[in-house]
Unconditional design. Structure first.
Length: 466
């Protein structure tokens, strides 16, 4: 209803691209994000529902819907009021095995419940009680409205309001974020300068780096939807890798991206590769960007040249310089960036991308006020065939989210194993040349794989034996 409309404005380039893919392939459940938290404590359900409702009032993007029919360009509409759906279910009478079966079934059916983009909010929650003081929280949303950074901002607000409500106090008054400020900032940027930069970056790029060498001969069982596989480094390796990064003024993000670029060159047989990387998209010259809730990330191409005779550390430092330069022009839409290359418009500029989560979610969740968080798992899907995700923490975790129609689980496991071997190899001998590092993939020891939780994600415990 018109009286409930607060504002109307255009979409950001990344939102526009996401909406396009969602509308043209609804059966793929693209950009559907689903997080599952296990927590214990004396949950006040009324206070919990109230907190989520107040957070939606605080941030405009949580009251936003999208309109595109009969329009040249889609628009996002901010509503003055919305009701955040919070469903409660009691499974205490089920035994633990039945609870797990019910949870997997619930998660699958929830992912099939597509969001109506014309109806706000584009998120919903389910509280599932499994013991007297133990619960699952399932938070589903579409990435059109929330990026990874925003998830923690929203959770922080929910916790703050919930704890105050339970103590009979008012939550601290803080201004919410208005996503329109970011849209205005985008319109003020110098597009011609960005175009010139990207033409230089993509000079000579005529096609995406192929992944065809990784495809199995046939995918015999498409029903086995192994869509998310993860591997973790040991605490000791992670600690040493982090120390090495600081010593040489590198970020863990650069190291993970560098390792993937090296492997991509190895897999494709090309010394000139292109992949995507995801940046936070939060500009330093936009006041309040770090506390803004919305979808602000952008996926940018990285054109990397691999000279196997180069020393690893100097090559990584060059890559990091390049990644810093990209950030200055990250506002340029990917569809326009592609036009700066010679890749045909109907062909994706890249088939794989790397995202490194800078927010250390685990430590944050363990401090969730009076509610103790013990576990979190996440699910999401993009339109790219191969997505590599780095999760920081005491044990660096690398995950691969992939298109099950293009790859099988065994191939993804091998890629993860190679990533792990190279990251460990960097710790063992950081002075190597790129070709010497790659040799480690040919000397890999036997691995034993333990597969857990097949339905939602595969967490791999690699026990290396000689």
């Amino acid at each position: 209803m018109r009286e409930n409309i607060q504002d109307i404005y255009p979409l950001s380039p990344i939102q526009h691209g996401m909406l396009f893919h969602c509308l043209h392939a609804p059966e793929m459940e693209l950009y559907h994000s689903q997080s599952v938290y296990t927590f214990s404590g004396n949950l006040n359900i009324d206070a919990f529902k109230y907190a989520w409702q107040q957070v939606a009032t605080r941030h405009t993007i949580l009251r936003t819907s999208f309109y595109w029919e009969e329009l040249d360009k889609p628009l996002q509409v901010v509503h003055q009021q919305v009701e955040v759906p919070v469903d409660y279910q009691d499974w205490q009478e089920l035994d633990p095995l039945e609870q797990q079966e019910h949870l997997q079934s619930f998660l699958e059916s929830d992912r099939l419940r597509r969001f109506d983009f014309s109806q706000a909010p584009l998120m919903r929650l389910a509280i599932i009680q499994i013991q007297e003081h133990t619960y699952y929280l399932v938070w589903s949303s579409n990435l059109l409205i929330l990026d990874g950074w925003s998830y923690l901002l929203v959770l922080n607000d929910v916790i703050e309001i919930y704890e105050a409500y339970c103590q009979g106090q008012d939550a601290p008054l803080r201004n919410g974020s208005c996503f329109k400020d970011y849209i205005k900032w985008l319109k003020q940027q110098d597009l011609s300068k960005a175009e010139e930069f990207w033409r230089q970056q993509l000079n000579g790029v005529k096609e995406p780096t192929p992944l065809t060498n990784l495809y199995p001969n046939n995918l015999s069982n498409l029903e086995e939807r192994y869509e998310d596989i993860q591997i973790s480094l040991s605490e000791a390796i992670t600690r040493n890798l982090d120390s090495l990064a600081r010593q040489h003024h590198l970020t863990m993000n650069t190291i993970v991206q560098g390792v993937w670029a090296i492997l991509l060159s190895h897999y494709s047989g090309k010394n000139d590769v292109i992949y995507g990387c995801t940046t936070s998209g939060r500009p330093v010259d936009l006041e309040g960007s770090e506390s803004m809730v919305g979808e602000m990330v952008n996926t940018l191409p990285v054109h990397a040249k691999i000279d196997l005779d180069e020393h690893l550390l100097s090559w990584l430092q060059q890559l990091q310089t390049q990644l810093i330069e990209l950030r200055e022009y990250e506002y340029y839409p990917l569809v326009d960036i592609q036009k700066c290359s010679k890749v045909l418009g109907n062909v994706p500029l890249f088939e794989s991308f790397v995202v490194f989560e800078n927010q250390k979610t685990g430590n944050f969740l363990q401090e969730w006020g009076s509610l103790n968080i013990s576990e979190q798992t996440s699910y999401y899907k993009t339109n790219y065939p191969l997505n590599i995700v780095g999760y920081p923490g005491s044990e660096l975790t690398i995950g691969i989210n992939y298109d099950f129609r293009r790859f099988d689980a065994a191939t993804i496991m091998n890629i993860l194993h190679h990533l792990k071997i190279l990251l460990e190899g960097i710790v063992t001998n950081p002075q190597v040349r790129l070709k010497e590092l790659l040799l480690l993939t040919e000397q890999a020891p036997h691995i034993k794989i333990l597969i857990l939780d097949k339905e939602m994600s595969l967490h791999l415990d690699f026990a290396l034996t000689n």
